[in-house]
Design a protein around this ligand. Structure first.
Ligand SMILES: Cc1ncc(COP(=O)(O)O)c(C=O)c1O
Length: 452
């Protein structure tokens, strides 16, 4: 006999499949040519993801013509909304002149200048095609600068897809507490572990212990000041200053990965907490929707990227600094202002308040938290401080989050399947009110799937 919970899941699945027939067909074809029918691990979800290539402001439209309020937001890169006219105009003008020429171009230094002007710790910038590459090169230059090999990272800290970044990319939730360094992805050799150390995010004592034991061998501490990709946890003022002090004491570099948290203020999260890292990595929003990454930092460290310097650090790439990404970034970055960022932060806070009120009424084991202009719904009441806690809650309450996500899709709202919502500039009070209503209704539908 089917339980009430089975009925709910069945009915959500049926509605999903009936609304997304074309996506289902595309998924079947795509799977013949692409493993999982989709080209990245994070965007797949069962039974199949929605397919589409159309967006308009803060809406996404799928192949079946369904329109969604877009909180997926191209994994936070889409802060400007889709097809912003100012960005589109700049992109078209550049496309007409060619996209990538393998020449340095004016828009490279223009975008670099915008970043330097906004982020006090950044004196020089180098571009990459992705945030992953930016993190890879930041770690490489830190090693070159210090002449040391070991990098200390946080359990569950996400720094893209390079070999080093695969160390505890998924937190070590099942094996040990405190976390041990391990490799999250198959195919990465164990030898990588020799040069990586891992501690919990927000555990300054653990970081200090590692530094006491091996500080003279540590090239850098790399940390997301807000564990956006790692599913939550905002670095406190004391913690981030504590990491700065540890790096100063032991002669290591501090790298802030602000690939997501650059949306927290015009100068990133570092400006809000008044910490000056030695290096910062950027990505996502700095390209105005085009693929991009950047490494910024102290001039004396960045100097090592200069090919005129003996023993320079090799950093290159066919599409690196291509004119289209650069032009698009320059146009897009002018659209940001402190006021606009604060406005969408406050929309995220309002949304979380609405959702929390509903969760309280339903009495379920969950809560919502606004993180700048993002919001997460966790399948726990426990305050999430690090990635390990977030993933544990996600595993424990997997069915609840999975069907909440599908139910939201069924009602015209798309977010990241793990319950992460990212806001964009075209959103306003009206849209947030509508979204709040959709989320509250969906919570009511899936409440009985939420476990303690
Ligand atoms: C904090 C953080 N660092 C690095 C990256 C990697 O950036 P990309 O996906 O552009 O390689 C991401 C991507 O989600 C990220 O969130």
């Amino acid at each position: 006999m089917m339980s009430v919970q089975d009925d709910i899941k069945k009915s959500i699945n049926e509605v999903y499949e009936s609304r997304t027939k074309k996506s289902k067909e595309t998924a079947a074809i795509a799977e013949k040519y692409i493993p999982s029918g989709d080209t990245r691990a994070f965007s797949y979800f069962p039974p199949y993801p929605i397919y589409g290539d159309e967006g308009e402001g803060c809406y996404l439209i799928d192949n079946d013509g369904n329109r969604y309020i877009d909180f997926l937001n191209c994994m936070t890169a889409g802060i400007y909304g889709h097809a912003h006219p100012v960005i589109v105009k700049a992109q078209i003008a550049q496309v007409k002149k060619g996209i990538a020429h393998a020449l340095p171009c004016d828009s490279q230094y223009q975008l670099a200048k915008i970043i330097c002007d906004r982020v006090p710790s950044v004196e020089k910038v180098r571009f990459t095609n992705t945030g992953s590459e930016a993190d890879l090169f930041a770690m490489r230059v830190a090693r070159a600068y210090t002449g040391r090999d070991i990098i200390l990272k946080m359990d569950g800290g996400y720094h893209g897809s390079s070999e080093y970044a695969q160390v505890n990319e998924i937190p070590d939730i099942f094996t040990s507490n405190p976390p041990q360094a391990y490799i999250s992805s198959k195919g990465v050799p164990d030898v990588i572990l020799q040069n990586m150390r891992v501690v919990d995010f927000m555990d300054l004592d653990a970081a200090e212990e590692v530094m006491k034991a091996e500080g003279k061998k540590i090239a850098a501490i790399i940390v997301e000041p807000v564990m956006g990709a790692g599913c939550g946890g905002e670095g406190s003022y004391e913690y981030l200053h504590g990491l700065r002090d540890l790096c100063d004491k032991y002669g290591a570099l501090l790298i802030f990965d602000e690939v997501i948290s650059f949306r927290f203020s015009m100068g990133g999260k570092q400006k809000l907490v008044d910490v000056q890292p030695d290096m910062t990595t950027f990505g996502k929003l700095i390209g105005g929707g085009m693929p991009i990454g950047a490494i910024g930092g102290r001039a004396d460290v960045m100097r090592l990227f200069d090919p005129r310097v003996e023993g320079y650090v090799n950093q290159s790439g066919t599409f690196t600094g291509n004119a289209l990404s650069m032009t698009s970034g320059v146009a897009a970055m002018q659209l940001l202002s402190e006021q606009e960022l604060k406005r969408i932060d406050s929309l995220a806070a309002k949304l979380a308040e609405t959702v929390n009120k509903k969760i309280k009424d339903l009495g379920i084991n969950a809560y919502a938290e606004a993180l700048g202009s993002m919001m997460a719904i966790y399948g726990t009441r426990e305050k999430i401080e690090n990635s390990r806690m977030a993933i544990k809650a996600m595993v424990n309450n997997g069915e609840f989050l999975r069907f909440l996500h599908l139910e939201l899709l069924n009602n015209g709202l798309v977010c990241l399947s793990r319950g992460m919502f990212s806001l964009s500039l075209p959103m306003d009070d009206k849209i947030i009110k509508e979204a709040g209503g959709i989320i509250c209704n969906a919570l009511e539908v899936v409440a009985s799937l939420c476990v303690e």
